[in-house]
Write a protein that binds this ligand. Structure first.
Ligand SMILES: [Zn+2]
Ligand SMILES: [Zn+2]
Length: 254
């Protein structure tokens, strides 16, 4: 797999960090992991084939992760690049995805589901296992963040694994879910004395990374309080593993 960081930031506007979104190329197709408000523009900026995307994964309905979805569907509907497209776009997310998207669609009469190709909405539950792409197996885990929030574990057909925690509070169960991942893409919202229980601070992230024994760890969802701080050196003082800081535009081979 190959991961391209589109947005390593949060809901807070930041000049170098877009809101959460990641492009993932698997052996079987491409996925967008979360769809923050900047996602469509960031895909274009990275010269990715946004019009050929196979799957969108939505971890939860906070607008920094979800707010780009309706605008992206609006873009796909009208873009010249999609008018000859026939393969479906599948959108996976927590229970309530269909109702939420339809409510927005109906409110503005946007006809977002009337596209040159089929849009398929697939709602999933915690602890589900399903094929997100042919031979790419996904499992989910409910994170202590929001009622519907889910972490995702993907196993590509070549055996490589990626875990995307998205937003989460601390629970050791997340380390079990992330066990031995080739890449653990984990939020590290705060440095210390976190103001919210529903996110992680550095030492909690380090504990989860250690317990998971992930082969590579990529820190994301970085609030502006991390600006100017060497997050990797602080993290490796707590756990001397293979830790990296997500930077918009970064490419990670898995
Ligand atoms: Zn967030
Ligand atoms: Zn959130």
């Amino acid at each position: 797999m190959k991961l391209i960081v589109l947005g390593s930031g949060t809901s807070v506007p930041h000049p170098q960090r877009a809101s959460p979104a990641f492009w993932l190329k698997t052996t079987q197709g491409t996925l967008l992991l979360d769809c923050g408000p900047d996602a469509a523009h960031r895909m274009a900026q990275e010269e990715l084939e946004w019009f050929n995307l196979d799957v969108i994964w939505l971890s939860h309905f906070h607008l920094d992760h979800f707010g780009g979805l309706a605008p992206l569907l609006f873009s796909l509907k009208w873009a010249p690049q999609t008018q000859q497209r026939s393969k479906p776009l599948r959108i996976f997310g927590p229970n309530g995805l269909d109702a939420l998207l339809n409510t927005f669609n109906d409110a503005g009469n946007y006809r977002l589901f009337s596209q040159p190709f089929k849009i398929e909405i697939v709602e999933v539950n915690p602890d589900d296992q399903f094929e997100i792409l042919p031979s790419v197996v996904a499992t989910t885990f409910h994170t202590p963040h929001r009622r519907e929030s889910l972490a995702l574990r993907l196993k590509d057909s070549d055996g490589k694994t990626l875990v995307y925690t998205s937003d989460t509070g601390f629970t050791e169960e997340l380390a079990i879910f992330s066990k031995s991942a080739d890449l653990l893409l984990i939020e590290c919202s705060f440095r210390r004395n976190k103001p919210l229980q529903t996110h992680l601070e550095l030492k909690e992230m380090a504990q989860l990374a250690r317990l998971s024994e992930a082969h590579k760890v990529l820190l994301t969802h970085l609030y502006p309080e991390w600006d100017g701080i060497d997050i990797v050196s602080e993290a490796t003082q707590l756990w001397p593993g293979n830790i990296h800081e997500a930077i918009d535009g970064m490419i990670v081979e898995i």
